[in-house]
Design a protein around this ligand. Structure first.
Ligand SMILES: [Zn+2]
Length: 425
């Protein structure tokens, strides 16, 4: 900030505004043509810009869309019809200014060069303001800009022109007391023979109808708001999210809903397909178990409808598919009991044979201990007293047979052991 004291600014020969020369405006003169760019009726001191200057500034601005560029405006202040106006006839680009993304700084060298150039090129004109660009940031005066205005362009007649070449917006700022006001418009003038070109340029530079982005309150301290010119088209998740979830996330409307980029959506879909495929492979591996539970469920409903033959078949299938599940065994016993008329001897034989087979399977393939089978016989649903008794008898037979086998094996081992001992004598 000390730069302000170091720099000597020579605003030109007629730097005092006390005596303002009377001169018809370019609009009033016959040899020139002026076209308004924006509203100019209620502007206190109208601003007239020569078309060559306007074009030059636009070109300068467009030449560096990534950085702020700038320069000074050359012209004079005149009076016509009792009111002052500023007429800009030339400009000088600031060559050694530090051009950055969000700020333009006039260095000592910049000022020296600008003053020398003005002296050499247009000694008849004085510096009436400065211009600089805000690429993609909108038209406003940042803290830094206001510092420059206060320290280098404090004269009441001084102007500041800000151009956003990205949004194609531009506006002059003019002192009004302690503040610089944004002018709603200015005038472009040129030779009367070029009225068409002047008219077209004024129309082209007309401020766009849409709103300028909100002005950052402290542009100097905060990082610049970068306008994103192209965003990936996204899918709005407002309609995809269920209402309770939206309420939970505080999403009130379409605008506040999150958006998912197309690229991300494609990735999510591909990952989902992959996961689905993986899941399918897993279910293929687990399908015998799943099929067994489906069979069991079918068997249960068949049993409930009274189709005991069908239930028996379904339970048997389920038992083969998943031999460790006790339900199909119990189901088979119950279905057998319901299907068979235990009062006839031949049917009873058949019941014993088939129930025995179920119990053998449960012990052998299902790894069920006989004690648990015994419990089934008591607690299995719909097992009538006689069927229950029969099953218990079958289980007792098996327990006895096992014990006998086990004893036989032990005896045999003992015998062979003694035989082995005896063989030594
Ligand atoms: Zn600025």
């Amino acid at each position: 900030m000390n730069d302000a004291e170091d720099i000597q600014i020579h605003l030109g020969d007629s730097s005092t505004t006390a005596s303002v020369e009377e001169k018809p405006t370019p609009a009033e003169e016959l040899c020139t043509y002026a076209a308004p760019c924006g509203r100019v009726d209620d502007v206190e001191r109208a601003v007239y810009v020569h078309e060559a200057v306007a074009r030059g500034i636009e070109e300068h601005a467009a030449s560096s869309p990534g950085n702020e560029v700038g320069g000074v405006l050359l012209g004079n202040v005149y009076r016509s019809g009792g009111s002052d106006y500023v007429r800009i006839d030339d400009r000088l680009a600031a060559r050694n200014a530090e051009e950055r993304r969000s700020a333009l700084t006039f260095t000592h060298e910049t000022w020296k060069a600008l003053n020398a150039e003005r002296e050499a090129r247009r000694p008849d004109l004085r510096i009436v303001g400065w211009y600089h660009t805000h690429p993609g940031l909108g038209v406003f005066l940042s803290e830094n800009d206001q510092f420059i205005n206060r320290n280098f362009f404090r004269d009441d007649m001084m102007l500041a022109l800000v151009v956003d070449p990205v949004a194609s917006e531009r506006a002059f700022f003019q002192w009004s007391g302690d503040h610089m006001l944004k002018l709603p418009g200015f005038l472009i003038f040129g030779d009367a023979s070029r009225s068409n070109e002047v008219h077209e340029l004024a129309a082209r530079l007309l401020p766009a109808q849409r709103k300028t982005p909100p002005r950052p309150s402290a542009a100097a301290g905060t990082p610049p708001e970068v306008k994103v010119l192209f965003t990936e088209p996204g899918l709005n998740l407002y309609y995809a999210l269920p209402r309770p979830l939206r309420q939970l996330l505080g999403i009130t409307n379409n605008e506040t809903a999150p958006r998912i980029g197309l690229k991300s959506a494609v990735i999510v879909v591909l990952l989902s397909l992959l996961a689905y495929q993986q899941f399918h492979r897993n279910t293929d591996l687990a399908s015998p178990l799943r099929e067994a539970s489906v069979r069991t469920r079918v068997a249960r409903s068949l049993y409930n409808t009274g189709d005991y033959t069908g239930a028996l078949r379904a339970y048997t299938e389920a038992q083969v598919m998943n031999p460790t599940d006790p339900e199909p065994y119990i189901g088979q016993l119950s279905a057998l009991a319901m299907e068979t008329d235990l009062s006839t001897p031949s049917a009873l034989d058949q019941f014993r044979y088939r129930a025995g087979a179920v119990l053998d399977n449960a012990a052998e393939h299902g790894g069920r201990p006989m004690g648990e089978l015994n419990k089934w016989a008591v607690s299995a649903p719909n097992l009538t007293g006689s069927a229950s008794q029969e099953i218990r008898k079958l289980i007792d037979d098996r327990v006895r047979a096992r014990r006998a086998t086990a004893e036989g094996q032990t005896n045999r081992r003992r015998v062979s052991f003694f035989g082995w001992i005896r063989s030594w004598f």
